[in-house]
Design a protein around this ligand. Structure first.
Ligand code: G1P
Length: 197
């Protein structure tokens, strides 16, 4: 299911159509009114997910790694799974703070001024079927959005959050520079794919 919004939602349908070019039998679309945040957008997929687990991928993220092994592992476990990538500019992202002993996750901080690590949380999330009840518990952040980081922190609090480091290329195309880089890497076919199996 593709959840989109704003003035250019129709462009997604123009490009993706029914998904035949990508080997799909069809695509469900939903339109998010306003800018309620990623967790608010996910709410629109509740009837589509229909009590199952789900994988969420942000449309402006490029992930070169094959995520199949992670999906299989998650399917056997449940809870929530997030992924990180070491970046030079962690203040742009959700960032993981590690426990001083043992290396477990102590916290996740959205766009921290003083990042506690260089590990950005990428836009790939796997959730069990409690995710929609958890979204209903969320309150809007200072920027007026239901934050995916707050959603992930509910799983962290209940001890069901798992985290993997992504090895291959990851790009968030949220700035003109990163969009340019993504275009160049795609054009030159230079996305690095690494397999940690
Ligand atoms: C969102 C999330 C952030 C995450 C990023 C990945 O940021 O809120 O935690 O690190 O996606 O692309 P946003 O695109 O809303 O700035």
């Amino acid at each position: 299911m593709v959840v989109t919004g704003g003035m250019h939602a129709g462009d997604f349908i123009n490009v993706l159509r029914n998904g035949e070019d990508y080997g799909l039998k069809g695509i469900n679309y939903a339109y998010q009114e306003g800018e309620g945040g990623i967790a608010d957008a996910l709410k629109m997929a509740e009837s589509f997910v229909n009590g199952d687990k789900c994988v969420v991928v942000l449309g402006d993220n490029i992930i070169a790694d094959d995520i199949t092994p992670y999906v299989r592992e998650f399917d056997a476990k449940g809870g929530c799974c997030i992924f990180t990538k070491q970046v030079p500019d962690p203040e742009r992202f959700g960032v993981v703070e590690y426990e001083p002993v043992g290396g477990g996750i102590a916290d996740i901080i959205e766009k921290p001024q003083c990042p506690p690590s260089d590990d950005a949380v990428i836009g790939l999330y796997m959730y069990d079927n409690t995710v929609f009840d958890k979204i209903r518990e969320l309150a809007p952040s200072d920027r007026g959005e239901l934050e995916v980081t707050d959603l992930n922190k509910l799983y962290l609090k209940e001890g069901t959050l798992d985290c993997h480091k992504i090895l291959g290329t990851w790009l968030d195309c949220g700035t003109s520079a990163s969009l340019l880089k993504a275009g160049a890497l795609m054009h030159l076919d230079q996305l690095e794919v690494e397999d940690d199996e």
